[in-house]
Structures are given as structure tokens and as C-alpha cells.
Design a protein around this ligand. Structure first.
Ligand SMILES: [Ca+2]
Length: 115
């Protein structure tokens, strides 16, 4: 592998890792809040449309949008943390099942096809 190709590959890998850090921290916080949901919901797709979101393509699903809009602990903080309980009573994806009930059942609160 040429030096230039190697340098570009390393740069791309570092960028991808950096943009995923927030999501990984959010996953850890989610699993800490809901330890029983770890297997099915401690993933990027709990809050994002794509299972492996990238910086340029990290659209939030309905649950992720509610989390961002209604559950940020301190909007002025550089690193966002979330009060997950603030949106437990909502039905973010509109499938008729409350977020907390989906989390307990292991279904995705941001995907109406999962209930
Ligand atoms: Ca729901």
C-alpha cells in the first residue's frame, strides 16, 4: 500500500471513529439506564435510521428526534447527556406502544415496524 493511500485510509478511519463517539457514549448511557434492553436495543439503530450512522448521514429516527428535542439534560453543555425517562411515556414512532413499553419488550421505540 502506498504511503498516500495508507494516510488517507487512517484519516478516514479516525474521522469515522470520531463521529461515532457520541453515538457510542449514548449507547452506553442507554444501556446503563435500561440494562435489560442491552441485547436488542444498545445499538446505533435505537436512535438513528441507519444501523451504522456516519457524520454526513446520521439522521435520527423518531425516538432519536424526541430524545434530542425533549430530553437533553443541559443544552449548553458541549457534550450532550440525556434524561431518557423524559420520553418514556411518549410513543415516538406512533405505533401505539409507549417508548418505555417498547424498551421493556426489546422492540425499537423509533421504528414503527418494530412493536
Ligand atoms: Ca412506539
Amino acid at each position: 500500500m502506498k504511503k498516500t493511500t495508507m494516510a488517507v485510509s487512517v484519516f478516514v478511519a479516525v474521522c469515522a471513529a470520531t463521529t461515532m463517539l457520541a453515538t457510542l457514549d449514548n449507547q452506553k448511557a442507554f444501556v446503563a439506564k435500561y440494562p435489560d434492553a442491552k441485547a436488542s436495543l444498545g445499538k446505533c439503530s435505537t436512535c438513528h435510521v441507519k444501523p451504522l450512522p456516519k457524520k454526513e448521514d446520521h439522521e435520527n429516527n423518531a425516538y432519536g428526534k424526541d430524545l434530542l428535542a425533549k430530553a437533553v439534560v443541559d443544552p449548553k453543555a458541549e457534550k450532550k447527556t440525556y434524561a431518557f425517562e423524559k420520553i418514556e411515556g411518549l410513543d415516538s414512532d406512533g405505533d401505539g406502544v409507549k417508548n418505555i413499553d417498547e424498551i421493556k419488550a426489546g422492540t425499537n421505540p423509533g421504528d414503527p415496524k418494530s412493536k
